[in-house]
Design a protein around this ligand. Structure first.
Ligand code: ATP
Ligand code: MG
Length: 267
C-alpha cells in the first residue's frame, strides 16, 4: 500500500530534563494526511502542537517513530524535497529588514528573479492588507500586523505544504474573518496541503476539511473528524455552529478526563 501524502507513524517526542525524567510531549501519534487537506490541529496549551509542526518541518527530531512526507522520511538531516512554508507562532521577523525585505528573503534564497520577487511581495502583502506598509520595519508595526507579515512570507513562497501555527490569533475578529476567507481562497485555488494550529474551535470548523484534537501531554489523538460542509462556508451557518458546539463539548470532556487522571495519579 502506498503512503498518504503526510504520515505520522507512532510519532513520539520527549525532551530531556536535568535531574528529572524526560518530559513526554507526543506519545505515539498515528495520522495519515491526504494531499490537499486543510487540516486543523487543536489541543490544550503545551500539548505539543508547535513541537509537531517543527518535527514535520525538519527543525526537530522525533524521539521515536517517524514522519514521512511525499514518501520520504523527514529528519533534521534529511528533508523531503517538498516546498514547505511556515508561519511560526511568533512572527520571527528580522527587525533590521523592512516588511518588503522580510517577505522577499525566502524568495531570494529560492533564487527567483528580482521582478518575480517584487511581484510576489506586492501580491501577498496586499492579500494580508499591508500593501501600504512595505517600507516599514517590524518594530513600527502592531503585533497583529507583524503576524500578517509572517503570513505573507509563508504564503509568498507558494509552498506545497503550509504549516501555520495560530496565524490569526493576534487579530481582531473582523480582520481575522477577512484573512480566513483569503486563506480558503488561496487553498482552493492552489489545491495545496495546509496544517493549521488553532485554539479557536469556530475557526477550525469554518476553515478545515478535517480536525484533529490532541490531548494534554503526553499527547495522543483524541478526535479525528472530517468537516464535510461544502465551501464557501458562512461563519453563521447552523451546521457549522452545531459542529462547533459538539467539538467544544468533546474538548471539555477531554479536559475533565485529564483532570480526573491527574487527581487519580496524585491521590
Ligand atoms: N526545545 C524544547 N526543549 C525543551 N522542551 C520543549 C522544547 N520545545 C517545547 N518544549 C516543551 O514541550 C511542550 C510542548 O510545547 P509546544 O510549544 O509544542 O506546545 P503547544 O501545544 O504548541 O502549546 P501552545 O498552544 O501554548 O502554543 C511544553 O511543555 C514545552 O515546554
Ligand atoms: Mg504552540
Amino acid at each position: 500500500m502506498t503512503d498518504a501524502y503526510l504520515v505520522l507513524d507512532r510519532l513520539k517526542k520527549s525532551y530531556p530534563r536535568a535531574g528529572q525524567p524526560p518530559l513526554q510531549v507526543l506519545n505515539g501519534l498515528d495520522v495519515a494526511v491526504e494531499e490537499g487537506a486543510l487540516l486543523s490541529i487543536l489541543g490544550p496549551s503545551g500539548c505539543g502542537k508547535s513541537t509537531l509542526l517543527n518535527i514535520i518541518n525538519g527543525l526537530d527530531d522525533a524521539t521515536s517513530g517517524a514522519v514521512r512526507l511525499a514518501g520520504t522520511e523527514v529528519t533534521t538531516k534529511t528533508r523531503s524535497g517538498v516546498k514547505i512554508g511556515v508561519v511560526f507562532q511568533q512572527p520571527r521577523l528580522l527587525d533590521w529588514r523592512s516588511v518588503r525585505d522580510n517577505v522577499a528573503l525566502p524568495l531570494q534564497e529560492m533564487g527567483l528573479p528580482a521582478d518575480e520577487i517584487a511581484d510576489r511581495v506586492r501580491r501577498y502583502l496586499d492579500i494580508v492588507g499591508l500593501g501600504e506598509f512595505a517600507g516599514y520595519y517590524p518594530l513600527q508595526l502592531s503585533g497583529g500586523m507583524q503576524q500578517r507579515v509572517s503570513l505573507a512570507r509563508g504564503l509568498a513562497i507558494e509552498p506545497d505544504l503550509l504549516l501555520a501555527d495560530e496565524p490569526f490569533s493576534a487579530l481582531d475578529e473582523i480582520s481575522a474573518r477577512k484573512l480566513r476567507q483569503e486563506f480558503i481562497r488561496i487553498w482552493d485555488e492552489t489545491g495545496k496541503t495546509i496544517l493549521f494550529v488553532t485554539h479557536n474551535i469556530r475557526e477550525a470548523v469554518f476553515l478545515s476539511t478535517r480536525m484533529l484534537v490532541i490531548t494534554n501531554r503526553p499527547s495522543q489523538v483524541y478526535l479525528d473528524l472530517p468537516v464535510e460542509a461544502p465551501y464557501p462556508r458562512h461563519p453563521e451557518d447552523d451546521v457549522l455552529f452545531e459542529l462547533e458546539k459538539s467539538v467544544t463539548r468533546d474538548f471539555m470532556r477531554m479536559e475533565d478526563q485529564a483532570g480526573l487522571a491527574r487527581v487519580g495519579s496524585t491521590g
